[in-house]
Design a protein around this ligand. Structure first.
Ligand code: FMN
Length: 299
């Protein structure tokens, strides 16, 4: 790990570094389309895997493995599993949403450069279940942390990631020769993309909206009222305005592997410490509940 990434800093990251971290979080997308037929360098993939491997894990168990799947025939078989699972899931969808469900693109298994299956070895801490005696499922959650690290690092590198969960797990295990004691956690489509959408595909297609964050904050107990000040601060940050529909790789300031230009002016407005919103955007924000970088507006 480069020295500048591990040097001790007393009071958090400097502003640019903080902005970059939030930027990765707010512009990360689940990508199913817009994959380019471009290979991913092993150097880049190695960094993503290293980021995943530095995720927190219960008892430092590190229960993950990363199966890299490049073979197109194997991927076609995975896509067949997806198609079968989608038909099985369809009847569980509300009748009025079924037509929309059919139209949604919910995987990019064959179009992406490669697939990665991140698994959880449930026996890796055999005999010493630190932190898992009461809650054995903590190893699964740890593996999800690794998935999220991978996803955020990928966004910073300009690499798209799409999580495909509409697959029957036992069938996937057979196809990938995953042993009984290992659980597949995430099947990911990974590749360079022509663009990152500014909001979730499911929001664009009217499937769902981001919930208003203030309504999800509770005080002291579940459903406990209070934290008014915190909620209004959150509502002010959680602002939304005329974000572009897409952020193309060329708009990124972080990823080194794609052509870059300076981020749009609003981008630097992400400095959370300096946010100062006008009332209209705050009102829109509390109604919409959405927050998409670089949509934040400085007065
Ligand atoms: C555990 C998990 C499983 C998911 N499974 C699928 C899936 O099977 N197909 C799909 O298109 N998206 C899947 N997604 C992506 C979500 O639809 C997406 O995260 C959500 O709509 C918000 O969009 P965003 O990730 O672009 O912010 C999954 C996400 C998670 C966290």
């Amino acid at each position: 790990m480069p020295e500048h990434m591990t040097a001790a800093i007393d009071d958090g990251f400097d502003q640019n570094a903080r902005d970059a971290v939030y930027r990765a979080m707010f512009t990360r997308r689940d990508v199913r389309s817009h994959f380019l037929p471009t290979a991913i360098d092993d150097d880049v993939l190695a960094r993503l895997l290293l980021a995943a491997h530095h995720a927190p894990s219960v008892g430092f168990m590190q229960p993950w493995n990363f199966i890299v799947i490049r073979d197109i025939e194997r991927r076609e078989r995975v896509r067949d599993l997806f198609l079968a699972a989608r038909e099985q899931e369809l009847p569980a969808i509300e009748a009025e949403k079924q037509a929309l469900y059919r139209k949604l693109k919910l995987e990019g298994i064959c179009e992406s450069a490669l697939n990665i299956c991140i698994t959880c070895d449930r026996q890796r801490s055999k005999g010493s279940p630190l932190g898992r005696w009461h809650n054995p499922e903590m190893d699964l959650y740890s593996t999800v942390c690794a998935v999220q690290n991978f996803w955020l690092a990928a966004r910073a590198e300009g690499v798209g990631v799409g999580w495909v969960s509409i697959i029957e797990a036992e069938a996937l295990k057979r196809l990938l020769a995953i042993p009984d004691h290992v659980t597949p956690i995430a099947y990911l489509c990974v590749g360079r993309v022509s663009e990152f959408a500014s909001k979730p595909d499911l929001e664009t297609h009217g499937w769902g909206r981001r919930l208003p964050l203030p309504e999800l904050i509770m005080s002291e107990t579940f459903s406990g009222e209070g934290e008014t000040q915190l909620k209004s601060t959150v509502a002010r940050l959680n602002t939304v305005s005329a974000a572009p529909d897409t952020i193309r790789p060329a708009d990124q300031g972080v990823a080194p592997a794609v052509p870059q230009r300076e981020p749009p002016k609003e981008a630097s407005a992400l400095s959370l410490s300096s946010l100062n919103f006008d009332d209209a955007s705050v009102n829109r924000a509390s109604q919409a509940g959405s927050g998409t970088w670089p949509a934040m507006v400085l007065k």
